[in-house]
Ligand binder design. Sequence first.
Ligand code: UT7
Length: 326
Amino acid sequence: MTGKICGTGSFAPSFTMDNHDIAKLVETSDEWIQERTGVVRRHIIREETTVSMAAEAGKRALDNAGMSAKEIDLILVSTISSNVVLPCAACEVQKELGAVHATCFDLSAACTGFVLAYNTAMAYLASGVYQNALIIGSESLSNLTNWEDRGTCILFGDGAGAAVVRACDQKAYIPVTHSDGARGAALSCTSRYDKSGLAGNVDPQEWMEDRYLMQMDGRAVFKFAVKSVPQAVEELLEKNQVEKEEIAWYILHQANRRIVESVAKRLGESIEKFPMNLQEYGNTSSASIPILLDEMNRKGLLKRGQKIVLAGFGAGLTWGASLLEW
Ligand code: UT7
């Protein structure tokens, strides 16, 4: 027993900021951002929240799968930017959708989060514990972005993507996942609650201190990504005895166009196999892979039987690649 994606959905806030808007906040330019990252604009929450976007993306995935929320027995939300600490975002999504039979929990692995949520759902489906899983990546990174730091604020955006995974009898593939906590400082964000103590008395003056916002050594993360992702993909193909020629699409975490291009080059694969939508959304962490998957699905680009590689990388450090058959 394994699982198959039978529906996808996504949601992005209607408010957008283009590179010219960012250039009003920090010393940068549209030209620099496009050349170094590929990003043109990003969607930013206004009334939306991580939970509301997750619920909408989940609803759209259920509609796409032709399933009712009551058929779902597992909801996994991957997020690092939930607007709720308790109850978890997945339980809030359950409430919104009326998925009364689902077991719900969140998963925190930043930009590798959706790949790990997919693997977790597949393991549960394979073992027969659950039959229908709704997996979601949803992020409001704008809440964690330091809008005065040009090294990070040019990159990130908000949004959510979701997939319904259903138990079925077909070939199971083994995923590849890695973590290296020793290199975690390259991309970090300290909890606002870390020194609140029993009284919860964070000084409001300190609330927006840099360390409560995302901090990144961009060059270090870039180097890590362009080396680790091709290695993980090679390992994945080797483990599953699959040749590169058999892969129709590589759906990579949408962090930076130059990272995607470099991974394609190192793998010796055509860039045509590496779809990108980061120009429209920026880097939406765990939402980027399912948003792209949904766009491709709705455009009719994904054909039954095609082999697809999902690959994520980011804070932790964490990285991994999974193989699926559409
Ligand atoms: O989701 C996973 C986690 N994140 C990532 O995958 C991000 C990985 N890293 C990156 O995408 C890139 O490192 C960045 C886009 C963040 C930065 O691009 P870079 O090509 O690595 O730039 P850099 O940090 O090496 O900086 C090059 C120059 C520097 O000037 P000097 O020292 O050469 O004079 C920077 O001060 O560009 C300058 N710079 C900028 N200039 C205009 C840095 N940021 C900006 C900016 N606008 N926004």
